[in-house]
Design a protein around this ligand. Structure first.
Ligand code: SIN
Length: 530
């Protein structure tokens, strides 16, 4: 075992995990450990561009409007209580970050600059470095954590939860010297992010392999809404992976989407699911693999979006003259480990926040720039609950679907609660020889399969085909290497994505079925793996 028992072990080093670690160590003097498979700054957070949605301007904006926009984007599956917490506490958490040293962009009067993005009725996105917001948030948090955490384990890969007497007591982890050791803690907070690497075309870094969600699924911890994988409509269509993101703020500033004939085909400020779907349909119609983002009318592009300008120069594109080829790319895992409003999972001692969690704030489709916000709100909430001595989940937020219902009688849904369909992941027949033995090559096959058959557009036949490949990836023989463990985690989460997508015979938010194009009010429930 490494270290003495910690008060809190944080898995992952993005905005949710590090905001929690700082709150726990700095404010409450807890013994905190952070364990991450890369280096501390190497989290998906640092790739976030647009910013943080929070009502920091005055009238006519309000948290009620932010709440309404979030609920609308979430297509009937947001938990309104959870969204209320998000929008109400968000502004204070942004101010905490400013106090910690994060520098957000300001106008000539010193006021925070606010941008608009898809699905928002008003400009309310604060940003840093133009569109390098994640990098600035990560920088400020890493510096603070390095000063306060009791233990930092970098390049350590969490393998399994340790569960004793019905409570999570830490994890086993693969350390850089090749040993597998226990890291024990009274509480474990999973903030390991999403599983964008399930797809061949993604904006997510190589590390986004759904590790925490997979561990939770293997331990029987409730996971929900996992079929809702959000595709970002404007990833630059060049041959690099991850795909460079062209922030939604470009459309907020007036950039237009055009098909390869130059025609506009969608309202650019609709939520992402609507825009990505429209693009995919138009690309199918015209037989192309991209559409164009026309930012030629934007003034001061280089000053306002310096990191994107640099990326475009590398790609040989000039946004003042060229239309930019774009296509949808897997961007965000809307579901994850079910939590209550304090971040408590269904397993006492295990907490989750950020993209690895399903707190109920995103529903079937996350609103733009609500992701950094969720991390900075719900990470610290988990710490406050631990400090207050809370030992297990309560029926609030998305957890109301799990605790507020009788799993044997899912038809009896209490008023105000989103119902659940409770699912067990049973063993499946599989043929591991369908995939190459090399885990890196097997990952590419898995990614291609899910992109083709469980991506923006889905149907029963395609999902059945994806299920066969996912099962083969799950059954693949494994060595004790990070590549093998990542493949197993991707296959575990991929299996849940495909299984939930097959069961959801309707189209809703980020889940579109060609064979069930309508939204079915009778399916306004969560698919919960238990
Ligand atoms: C973007 O800048 O378009 C991405 C921000 C987000 O994922 O919300």
């Amino acid at each position: 075992m490494v270290d003495a028992e910690l008060d809190l072990l944080v898995l992952g080093s993005g905005v949710a995990g590090l905001s929690a670690a700082v709150r726990a160590a700095d404010t409450h003097k807890m013994r905190v450990g952070v364990l991450t498979k890369g280096e501390l700054p190497q989290a998906t957070t640092r790739w976030a561009q647009g910013g943080v949605a929070a009502v920091l301007g005055g009238d006519p904006d309000s948290t009620d409007l932010h709440l309404a926009d979030t609920l609308k984007a979430g297509a009937g599956l947001c938990d309104a209580e959870a969204v209320r917490v998000l929008v109400d506490e968000g502004p204070a958490r942004v101010n905490d970050l400013i106090t910690l040293g994060a520098i957000f962009d300001r106008d000539s009067r010193g006021e925070l600059e606010l941008a608009r993005e898809g699905g928002h009725t008003l400009a309310r996105i604060v940003h840093a470095g133009g569109s390098a917001t994640g990098a600035e948030v990560e920088r400020a948090l890493v510096e603070a954590v390095q000063l306060t955490a009791a233990a930092l384990h970098e390049h350590a890969f969490a393998l399994e939860l340790i569960v004793e007497a019905g409570r999570c007591r830490g994890v086993t982890a693969l350390f850089p010297d090749g040993t597998i050791q226990e890291v024990r803690a009274r509480n474990v907070l999973v903030t390991t992010g999403g599983a964008g690497q399930l797809y061949a075309v993604t904006t997510n870094p190589l590390e986004a392999t759904g590790d925490g969600i997979a561990m939770a699924l293997r331990a029987g911890v409730a996971v929900a809404d996992i079929e809702f994988i959000q595709f970002h409509p404007t990833a630059l269509s060049v041959d690099s992976m991850p795909r460079p993101l062209l922030t939604e703020a470009l459309r907020g500033h007036g950039a237009l989407l055009r098909d390869t004939n130059g025609e506009r085909f969608v309202d650019e400020l609709q939520p992402r699911d609507v825009v990505s779907r429209a693009e995919t349909w138009r690309m199918q119609e015209l037989g192309t693999d991209h559409v164009f983002l026309d930012a030629t009318g934007l003034e001061d592009f280089d000053q306002r979006f310096p990191n994107i300008a640099a990326e475009l120069t590398r790609a040989g594109l000039d946004p003042a003259k060229d239309w930019l080829p774009v296509a949808p790319a897997a961007h965000y895992t809307c579901g994850g480990i079910v939590t209550d409003l304090q971040g408590a999972s269904s397993l006492p001692g295990l907490w989750a926040a950020g993209e690895a969690s399903c707190s109920g704030v995103h529903g079937a489709n996350r609103l733009a720039s609500n992701s950094l916000l969720e991390g900075m709100v719900f990470g610290p909430r988990a710490v406050e609950a631990i400090e207050a001595g809370v030992s297990g989940p309560e029926a609030s937020g998305a957890m109301r679907t799990v605790l507020g219902m009788d799993p044997d009688r899912p038809d009896t849904v209490p008023a105000g609660v989103i119902g659940g369909r409770f699912v067990h992941l049973d063993p499946v027949e599989a043929d591991p020889s369908l995939l190459p033995e090399d885990p890196a090559k097997a990952r590419l096959v898995l990614q291609r399969e899910l992109t083709d058959n469980a991506g923006v557009l889905r149907d029963a036949a395609r999902l059945d085909a994806a299920a066969v490949v996912v099962a083969a990836a799950l059954a693949a023989p494994r060595a004790d290497t990070v590549a093998d463990y990542e493949l197993r985690n991707l296959a575990t989460v991929g299996r849940a994505v495909v299984d939930a997508a097959r069961r959801r015979e309707e189209s809703r938010g980020a889940h579109t079925r060609d064979d069930f194009p309508a939204t079915d009010p009778a399916q306004a429930h969560r698919t919960v793996f238990v």
